[in-house]
Design a protein around this ligand. Sequence first.
Ligand SMILES: *[C@@H]1O[C@H](CO)[C@@H](O)[C@H](O)[C@H]1NC(C)=O
Ligand SMILES: *[C@@H]1O[C@H](CO)[C@@H](O)[C@H](O)[C@H]1NC(C)=O
Length: 525
Amino acid sequence: MHHHARLIFCIYIFSWSINLFLFLVETGSRSGWFRTPDLKQSARLGLPEYTMRRVVRQSKFRHVFGQAVKNDQCYDDIRVSRVTWDSSFCAVNPRFVAIIIEASGGGAFLVLPLHKTGRIDKSYPTVCGHTGPVLDIDWCPHNDQVIASGSEDCTVMVWQIPENGLTLSLTEPVVVLEGHSKRVGIVAWHPTARNVLLSAGCDNAIIIWNVGTGEALINLDDMHSDMIYNVSWNRNGSLICTASKDKKVRVIDPRKQEIVAEKEKAHEGARPMRAIFLADGNVFTTGFSRMSERQLALWNPKNMQEPIALHEMDTSNGVLLPFYDPDTSIIYLCGKGDSSIRYFEITDESPYVHYLNTFSSKEPQRGMGYMPKRGLDVNKCEIARFFKLHERKCEPIIMTVPRKSDLFQDDLYPDTAGPEAALEAEEWFEGKNADPILISLKHGYIPGKNRDLKVVKKNILDSKPTANKKCDLINVPKKTTDVASVQNEAKLDEILKEIKSIKDTICNQDERISKLEQQMAKIAA
Ligand SMILES: *[C@@H]1O[C@H](CO)[C@@H](O)[C@H](O)[C@H]1NC(C)=O
Ligand SMILES: *[C@@H]1O[C@H](CO)[C@@H](O)[C@H](O)[C@H]1NC(C)=O
């Protein structure tokens, strides 16, 4: 009996000393005792040291758990685009999922109402007004029926989707934004100002448009000497950061047309980088080391000399696409071609980037969509939803925090960015800034009515960013600005009309071919 009690006491003391030891290690690393001289917090994920930190740190997101939905809740039979471009190919909002697909005779993407799961008919209508492959799409954060697309045809187009989705293919955008001289690989709406859209092209230029007037108001064409891989707005849209093939990360004030901060060789490897702004103003990057290891890093734009944290992950070669939730401060990393999603919590305590967990599956992802917070199911404690693109389907993946209670978990759902724009485009161009207007998710989010996007064209010919750049794709219609005479304009109009009508024909024929192919398949089967 006596003996037994002593043993228990010994075990107690032993476990207590382990805890004390772990505490000392944690405090030690926090206060810098164990730091390497160059302050880099380099940790290879998965090593015991890393696991040890996890044991000590408390986080309500440690048990976030990912699960793919059942087969019948996937979107099936979709020919996902094979174009060689590292965008996510998929954009999601609380009403629709949009997916860039393979298309003959131009570029196209699908827009499916969220509930339209199951097999997608080959003849399902598409958005197909581009004359070259679509490279990137982005839903307007302030209007769930408006989506922008950038294409190999050097244009940006903005589309209005009918409230219940498409019943006919859409060939006519609300507005065509022309100004890039090479393919447009990136489109990104301003987070808080209505109708402000950014595009970046392989001409290494960034153009910021007032979509409401069709004008290109800011043209940053002398800041990047090489291809732009990624652009991200900060929380209130006063700054952008970019990752470029020249291995630099730049923080830019677009209205002053000024580089505020930059880091050369943010990652030393030659493969693509990503850079996104976090809510606190820091910049998170992914890239490759000189030895081709995948890295993640955190930077303070006020001092870009050394990273706040730098982690090496593994030696896979897919680009790591970061998806960030400012409300929970979680970053999800989806490697293109990987079959897993790794997630990390960012805090202001060492090691700053805390590994949480990995969602693994068997099949590799060709692209990924990410639902805005207001589109999640708060009753299921869902904190993120991904739309994973396979070769021929799109599979939602749901991340939840296991909780026993049925009540609204307000610690998981701080007020989040709502659909209302905080500023008008004009106010932003004049220099105003504003944070997103927040909404509570306490009673869930019900998509409201959206107003139609109206474009009131000013004299666009006067406001084209750079006169007469030629697109390097031959078959692309291009309004040229040096043709100022009214006569020529009329001629141009005529030509454009004809091109438009031919495009429509191609779209229709494409659908007809699909239908016939289906009939043929049925007969053959
Ligand atoms: C930057 O990369 C992230 C991750 O791929 C993506 O979510 C974001 O849309 C990208 N931004 C642009 C403008 O392409
Ligand atoms: C917008 O963000 C910048 C950078 O974080 C900050 O300096 C500025 O004060 C913010 N402006 C407003 C109006 O919130």
